[in-house]
Design a protein. Structure first.
Length: 254
């Protein structure tokens, strides 16, 4: 089965639509999302429409949790974005049925903080703390953290949250997709592996292209997709309630 794994869409409908086009061209049978559908970007409603229609699985991200429950460790700029997103989902320009559908869908994610499928584990943050803990390339040097994380899953773990794609071995080695063979990997080579799938809507590895992962049996593919980020930037800059840095970072992929 060919599965597309996306994460951290962050209300970026231009990036999401471009990735969906690539997913469809590859003939993926299922789409799993590791959380953070919303916030930061200008189109939360449109992204939720896509999620409800197309995604076979969606996990709770820390931004959904911030919107629904509590904003843990969010700074003032992030809180402004949460409040603006909440206003969009509660807009009286939406029908009552549409507002209920959005909030019911988000509420359903509270029950899905991780997903196990055979020897695959899917989380938003890390296998230790599925919603909140970041996994960064520098963590490859932290052997206690690596050992503790790898003890939490059987063979392969897929996460997002940091917006930085890459693979982590149980010996502490980190590899960016650009250093792999055309971004592809044979999973049979590894006893255990942690894979960060990167971000669709807000990549932070100095590459403006949307990033996601496809698994097809033992074959893993990192996919980079061009999208019209300038349109997303223009939308964000027109929203005075949102910090300008949310637009600026899309120009540089950071």
């Amino acid at each position: 089965m060919r599965i597309a794994i996306v994460s951290d869409v962050h209300s970026n409908i231009e990036a999401m639509n471009a990735v969906l086009g690539d997913i469809d061209n590859l003939g993926c049978e299922r789409i799993y999302c590791l959380g953070d559908l919303i916030d930061y970007g200008p189109n939360p409603c449109e992204v939720l429409d896509v999620a409800m229609e197309r995604f076979d699985l969606c996990l709770l991200g820390n931004h959904e949790e911030a919107l629904m429950l509590v904003a843990e460790d969010f700074n003032e700029r992030a809180m402004r974005s949460v409040e603006w997103t909440r206003e969009q989902l509660n807009s009286r320009e939406l029908s009552t049925e549409k507002r209920k559908a959005y909030w019911n869908y988000l509420d359903s994610l509270n029950k899905v903080r991780q997903h196990k499928q055979g020897d695959l584990l899917f989380v938003h943050g890390s296998p230790r703390k599925p919603t909140h803990e970041y996994v960064f390339p520098k963590d490859s040097l932290d052997q206690p953290k690596i050992r503790s994380m790898f003890a939490k899953f059987d063979r392969f773990c897929f996460c997002g949250h940091s917006h930085i794609p890459g693979i982590y071995s149980e010996t502490g080695k980190y590899g960016h997709p650009k250093n792999l063979n055309n971004g592809e990997l044979d999973l049979r080579r590894f006893r255990k592996l942690l894979v960060n799938v990167g971000s669709v809507g807000q990549p932070r590895d100095h590459d403006t292209r949307a990033c996601y992962v496809v698994i097809d049996g033992s074959r893993l593919m990192f996919r980079r997709v061009e999208y019209d980020y300038e349109t997303t930037v223009e939308k964000l800059r027109a929203i005075k309630e949102l910090p300008t840095m949310l637009a600026d970072r899309l120009l540089h992929g950071k």
